[in-house]
Design a protein around this ligand. Structure first.
Ligand SMILES: NC(=O)c1ccc[n+]([C@@H]2O[C@H](COP(=O)([O-])OP(=O)(O)OC[C@H]3O[C@@H](n4cnc5c(N)ncnc54)[C@H](OP(=O)(O)O)[C@@H]3O)[C@@H](O)[C@H]2O)c1
Length: 346
């Protein structure tokens, strides 16, 4: 039985879902994978909780459900201790990074990840910000280029929730040249567009996506296209192996679209989606995120408001499509678990 100590940075929708999964799947993880995970530290925006022998997970969830910070937990709460300090000082094996996206500084996720990898600790990210801003810097500290003995850097939860986008692109399409990737990678804007087609107002649709815990902490990242652009940046670096930062991507969001335009598209047999596009020009990839009208026969036009999807076209595999249906953050947390198990595997 291997035992891995987790440090959770951020304790919002995603890392709370991860804790719920760790509780519900504990017996399966032991029996099938021979792994036991212990949460030894948690940080939220107010402070931290620390216990080398393992934190009381139910009590942590109850504290947040009651609107308290994790620092208020009796005996283990550490007011004023932040995620970066914890990543630098605590004894742990894996950092599970799920703080909000910050596209200006990348913080606190970026420094927490740099601290973890710099100390030889593995890092699993759901937060795209550090990767969208500093992919190469993080990759240089981790194992992505196959250097043995490096701490492992994993981020499959960053690119379409539970959809194994990065695994398929890096591992399963090995030996192929990707000619084109088209994807719907922002669940919030997809949900909003599909609800607006049915006559729901933009404001009501956004509120619904926030209620489900699927919108970004700052939802302008979703509707202005930046969340999708962050994901395309990660695909460009990790799958297309093209060094890219998010600022290079041509981005247009969905805020200017009207219900009338969406319904007119439907009337002519099309659907408008927020499409991420990477196209091989023969020498390089062009990268864009913008609302695009697609015929209903297109795989991305067939997806409903709860779905995200990606279509890969390569020189030797023709067309492959992945989709995922997600109505809450549990599938994203399951992708973090998938990464943690990958790291735990002997
Ligand atoms: N929600 C999804 O479906 C989804 C899917 C894929 C990826 N993600 C990514 O996962 C990350 C987390 O998303 P979420 O939905 O869990 O967000 P969330 O519900 O807003 O939670 C964010 C958490 O981070 C904490 N936090 C804020 N500033 C912090 C700081 N300076 N130091 C430490 N903790 C801090 C917050 O503290 P408080 O609790 O005190 O407010 C909260 O616990 C984001 O980067 C997002 O892009 C989310």
């Amino acid at each position: 039985m291997s035992s891995l100590r987790l440090l959770l940075a951020g304790f919002g929708n995603v890392n709370r879902s991860l804790v719920k999964i760790l509780l519900s799947q504990a017996a399966l993880l032991r029996a099938r994978h021979g792994v036991a995970f212990t949460v030894v530290g948690v940080a939220d925006s107010r402070g931290a909780a620390v216990a080398p022998e393992g934190l009381p997970l139910e009590a942590l969830l109850a504290a947040k459900a009651a609107g308290r910070g994790v620092d208020a937990l009796p005996g283990v709460g550490r007011p004023g201790l932040d995620a970066i300090q914890l990543a630098r000082e605590l004894d742990y094996d894996l950092l599970m990074e799920a703080t909000p996206v910050n596209l200006k500084t990348g913080q606190p996720g970026l420094d927490a990840c740099l601290a973890a990898l710099g100390r030889g600790r593995h890092a699993v990210l759901a937060n795209k910000g550090p990767l969208a801003l500093a992919f190469e810097r993080l990759a240089a500290l981790g194992d992505l280029d196959g250097r043995p003995g490096r701490p492992q850097l994993r981020f499959s939860a960053c690119v379409g929730g539970a959809m194994p986008t990065v695994n398929v692109g890096r591992r399963d399409l090995a030996g192929a040249r990707i000619l084109r990737i088209e994807a719907i990678l922002n669940g919030t804007s997809q949900g909003i567009l599909r609800m607006m087609e049915q006559g729901v107002s933009y404001a009501e649709a956004l509120a619904e996506m926030q209620r489900r815990g699927l919108a970004e902490t700052d939802p302008s990242l979703d509707v202005e296209g930046w969340d999708a652009a962050n994901k395309l940046t990660i695909i460009a670096n990790a799958v297309l192996r093209r060094p890219t930062t998010v600022r290079e991507i041509d981005v247009q969001g969905v805020t200017a679209l009207t219900a009338g335009e969406l319904q007119a598209a439907m009337a002519r047999g099309e659907k408008i989606v927020l499409r991420c596009l990477a196209e091989w020009t023969g020498q390089d990839y062009t990268l864009s995120v913008r609302p695009t009208s697609l015929p209903l026969s297109h795989p991305l036009a067939r997806m409903n408001g709860d779905e995200m999807g990606i279509v890969f076209e390569t020189d030797i595999t023709a067309r492959q499509t992945l989709t995922t249906r997600e109505t809450d953050p549990i599938p994203t947390a399951s992708a973090m678990l998938r990464d943690a198990l990958d790291i735990a595997a002997p």
